[in-house]
Design a protein around this ligand. Structure first.
Ligand SMILES: [Zn+2]
Length: 518
């Protein structure tokens, strides 16, 4: 057992370990930013991260859940088993130069880190390495498991990890996500859960002018399904969010489309309401198929539960957040942030009514379950949170007031803003790991909250069956198209101090220089 003086010494050592990794954190953040890989195609990112972990003594299991870019990296022995996760995928068409306050893609049309998932692994890996060093020196038992959120934007991996038993023996999970504030909340944060479903219609082709009466249009079915759904919206609860894209609308106008597909996200606040919404979608698809004499089938491409996070663990993390404090933003960081806010026409106030003006200077206070929520986004970390005591650390590495899932959200993500925010996140995570490893009471309380509060009445039920495969085909064509074009912009830390330096960007560049006419 450790007394409080010993624990505080170990925590001091963990802090100095992370402080010494500033350069490594910057390199990892910049490197993954430069890879810019979409969900299920995180080939370079996974190769790079597993190499770093292997070099540091972790054992890597690859191809987890049948997902080629998923892995589990383990170090240590015995209990407690603490998992550390963060997402790694990016956003379509979000390629953007960092540090400039205007639109300038690195590769036109290519994907990019317009959410900031390039920063999370630096946070957990350097925290894990700090814990590892202290565990070794002090013969502390325990197992650290570092894992990636593959295809988070598609809600595509975490329910599969749970289904396939990868979190069975895990005592607690620390998840980290890029944010604009520094916080760790507990309970129900008001997110929606969802199912992501593709509906595929099968009709019959015909000459669209010569014999249209002999064709059965699968595209008609898609359009009728969308119309049906848009009428249905009036009779859904205001907490739902649903949206779709037509992924296949046929080939050319003079051929009646024999095949067409539409991809829906059905979001709601509870398992039951997600299920009801999903079943309504299936009925409408069947109606569209009847109207057009086509056949329809559907398959799940992704899923997430509404989240619920662990109170005792969040309280420990929150104390450590307060100890670390907000990053020390420079004048240049603030100038870039204000310019980005102007660029995206950021609202004057956030959802809590606080002023949006540059980067945040103070820590957010810890919050419990929201009394009510109109719904919103989703994250499949929720599926893990209903199976293992889990917290999400939001670390301050991006600019407040942006739209999300947008190229402008990539601007700060390979600049000192992201580097400093990731360092702060790594410190708070390392301190929390030391608390968890030296004070068994914390994990006991976490388990007690999980069993007797969180899952007392609500039990996890997966949306996927034992047979649903992960949708690993997604994004393959897009990455095949852009990967080689992007490769020449991969960060080379041997040659350049930072990715900004490699791209020749003066930090910050607030305005685009007008091209001078010859
Ligand atoms: Zn995310």
């Amino acid at each position: 057992m450790y007394d409080s003086i010993q624990v505080s010494q170990l925590k001091q050592q963990a802090l100095s370990f992370v402080s010494g990794k500033e350069k490594a954190v910057q390199e990892m953040v910049d490197m993954i930013f430069s890879f810019g890989e979409l969900g299920f195609q995180e080939v370079e990112t996974s190769k790079y991260l597993t190499e770093v972990l292997k070099k540091n003594g972790f054992t890597i299991e690859r191809g987890v859940s049948g997902i080629p870019t998923a892995w589990m990296a383990k170090w240590g022995t015995g209990s407690p088993v603490i998992a550390l996760g963060s997402d790694i995928d990016c956003i379509p068409k979000a390629s953007q130069k960092p540090g400039v306050a205007f639109k300038e893609p690195i590769v036109e049309g290519a994907p990019g880190h317009g959410e900031g998932h390039n920063s999370g692994h630096a946070v957990i890996i350097y925290a894990a390495l700090a814990a590892k060093e202290i565990m070794q020196k002090n013969h502390l038992p325990g197992t650290l498991v570092v894992w990636p959120g593959v295809a988070e934007e598609l809600l595509g991996s975490k329910a599969w990890y749970i289904r396939d038993g990868y979190f069975k023996n895990v005592d607690a999970c620390i998840f980290t996500h890029v944010g604009t504030g520094f916080q760790c909340n507990y309970g129900d944060p008001g997110m929606n859960g969802l199912v992501s479903v593709q509906f595929s219609f099968d009709g019959d082709a015909a000459h669209a002018a010569g014999a249209p009466w002999r064709g059965k249009s699968a595209l008609d079915a898609v359009e009728l399904m969308d119309i049906g759904w848009n009428f249905k919206r009036e009779h859904l609860k205001p907490t739902q969010r649903s949206h779709y894209v037509i992924t296949d609308g046929g080939d050319q106008p003079n051929v009646v489309p024999s095949k067409a597909s539409v991809w829906y996200y059905f979001r709601e606040r509870t398992y039951e309401d997600i299920k009801t919404t999903y079943e309504a979608g299936i009925k409408i698809a069947e109606g569209a198929s009847l109207m057009t004499d086509t056949k329809v089938n559907h398959k799940i491409l992704g899923t997430a539960w509404p989240g619920h996070f662990n109170k005792p663990l969040a309280e420990v993390m929150n104390q450590n957040i307060n100890r670390v404090g907000m990053p020390d933003w420079s004048e240049a960081d603030q100038q870039l942030a204000v310019a980005v806010q102007k660029l995206v026409e950021a609202p004057k106030k956030d959802a809590q009514g606080k002023e949006i003006n540059g980067l945040k200077k103070s820590i957010d206070t810890i919050k419990g379950s929201v009394p009510f929520s109109w719904g919103g986004g989703s994250d499949d970390i929720a599926d893990i949170s209903w199976n293992v005591p889990t917290i999400v650390l939001w670390y301050p590495a991006n600019v407040p007031g942006t739209k999300g899932h947008h190229w402008a959200d990539a601007i700060a993500m390979a600049t000192p803003i992201a580097h400093k925010g990731s360092m702060a996140g790594a410190k708070a995570t390392a301190l929390t790991l030391i608390d968890m490893l030296t004070k068994p009471q914390i994990l006991k309380e976490a388990k007690d909250y999980f069993v007797n509060v969180q899952t007392k009445e609500i039990k996890y039920q997966p949306f996927i069956t034992p047979n649903d495969p992960p949708a690993i085909h997604l994004n393959k064509e897009t990455m095949d198209k852009y990967r080689e074009l992007m490769r020449k912009y991969y960060y080379d830390p041997g040659k350049y101090k930072s990715y900004l330096e490699q791209l020749g960007i003066t930090y910050p560049t607030l305005e685009k220089k007008a091209k001078i006419a010859p």
